[in-house]
Ligand binder design. Sequence first.
Ligand code: SF4
Ligand code: SF4
Length: 180
Amino acid sequence: MLHETRPAEPLSGVRDTLSACMQCGTCSASCPNAAFMDMTPRKLWRLAQLGMLDEIERSEAFWLCSSCYTCTLRCPRGLPLTQVMAEIKRVVAVHGGRTGRRHGNFYRLFLNNVEKYGRVQESTLMTCYLAAMGSPSLALSFAPVGLKLAAKGKMHPPHSAMKGTLKPLFAKVREMEARS
Ligand code: SF4
Ligand code: SF4
């Protein structure tokens, strides 16, 4: 179980949780997204055990975790690996450098967007994301993609939120996370 109190060192809770990892690689072999990651979950656990936050932040592996729970179900040590992935995302978003904060902002706003609209609403998501980042150069870097999508009729105006569809689900997850 991850620590509830704020750790003295950002990865200390993750490191304690992973202390029984024997580096067997079952998690990596089971992960459906491992082929798209720039390092395997097994290697990520090792870096976390060593407290190497900078190395972890340079990777995008944990952002590609889709929380499918396969690794958690198959780990012979019974480690809560999906929860660890979520904690690594949180630690990098809070304690990481600019790249970590950028990915963290996008991740948080993506979930807020899905909770509000019932599915992702691209134009609203990007407006919120660019406003949160406050970087004119970042906004300009997305302009060519936006223009291309608009030319192909792929930019839709915000649709009304799906009233209540996903809010109970998100509320339940928050409740469970508060208990864990
Ligand atoms: S399956 Fe469990 S014990 Fe094996 S490498 Fe992954 S986390 Fe470690
Ligand atoms: S929970 Fe994440 S890391 Fe684990 S198997 Fe699924 S996608 Fe891979």
